[in-house]
Design a protein around this ligand. Structure first.
Ligand code: 8Y7
Length: 283
């Protein structure tokens, strides 16, 4: 369980790996569309890699609460030039395509992406087939509802059991489609149709999701739950984000999806030093 098969190459997960967020959207909620230009996107990706990211997650459609959908061609026009250029500049880096649209997945995989990050867990028509036809890594995320309305009234009887049940079902759907389990990582989907108490229940009980026997990816970076807890605005949540990432790592998360890569790496170094001291056999 300490590696993920991404495009035929193992991604080491014996220590938590950092997935750096690269938004190529004009309306993305925390970067405010700073990185819309291809050249700037590439420069930012290289910065994230230098800071310690193992994966770059490239997204062309904002999934922030209330965001409008974009068309397939618009999304392709935004992300494909960035993926092609990054693949050429850094062929060994794991590039992840953040999309729910099968044609965008296919175009990205053909351009060098080695992972699909789907907040819709491959439920779109044809999505399972695109991933089954390739050898990419795949992140299956839980969401209740759709981005436009998901935060209106999140509703669960037992959020941890329900998220776990959903992810188990999608794991089975992948197995039925012929996708090797070694390629799959699971994500509870913090903030995707979840109130603060649901997010906290999931963070505190990540171990329960580990019973599905797949590595966990978590995205807590700059999210509104951190704003609710601290009162800090989106651009001022780095300390809260790093703290949340460390708590997730402590509770078993294998991949941390973050905006502030350097700060998260620094936090992880402290956590790892303590872990190596207390559990030398664990390394
Ligand atoms: C997540 C994500 C976002 C997450 C995975 C944001 C695309 C909102 N959050 N993908 N995407 N997990 N797998 O805050 O938590 O960046 S978008």
């Amino acid at each position: 369980m300490s590696w993920l098969d991404c495009g035929g190459q193992p991604l080491d997960l014996s220590q938590p790996a950092i997935m750096g967020v690269l938004n190529v959207t004009p309306d993305s909620f925390s970067d405010g569309g700073l990185w819309v230009d291809t050249e700037w996107a590439i420069a930012h990706a290289i910065e994230l890699l230098d800071e310690g990211a193992a994966i770059i997650d490239i997204g062309g459609e904002s999934t922030r609460p209330g965001a409008d959908a974009v068309t397939v061609s618009e999304e392709i026009d935004r992300v494909i030039p960035v993926i092609q250029a990054l693949h050429q500049a850094c062929p060994d880096v794991v590039l992840s395509i953040d999309t729910s649209k099968p044609p965008v997945m296919r175009a990205a995989l053909e351009s060098g992406a080695r992972m699909v990050n789907d907040v819709n867990a491959l439920q779109a028509d044809g999505a399972l087939e695109v991933v089954a036809d390739s050898d990419c890594g795949i992140c299956l995320m839980h969401m209740q509802g759709i981005p436009k309305t998901m935060q209106h009234q999140p509703d669960y009887v037992d959020v941890v059991t329900e998220v776990s049940g959903f992810l188990g079902g999608r794991l089975q759907a992948c197995a039925d489609a012929g996708i090797a389990v070694e390629r799959i990582v699971l994500d509870p989907g913090f903030g995707f149709g979840k109130a603060l108490q649901h997010n906290l229940a999931l963070l505190a009980n990540l171990q329960q999701l580990m019973k599905l026997q797949r590595p966990l990816l978590v995205g807590l970076s700059r999210k509104s739950m951190l704003g609710k807890i601290t009162g800090a605005e989106t651009g001022d949540r780095m300390v809260a984000s790093v703290s949340a990432a460390l708590l997730a790592a402590q509770n078993g998360a294998a991949i941390l999806r973050v905006h502030d890569v350097a700060a998260t790496c620094q936090g992880l170094q402290v956590w790892q030093a303590m872990r190596e001291y207390t559990q030398p056999d664990f390394i």
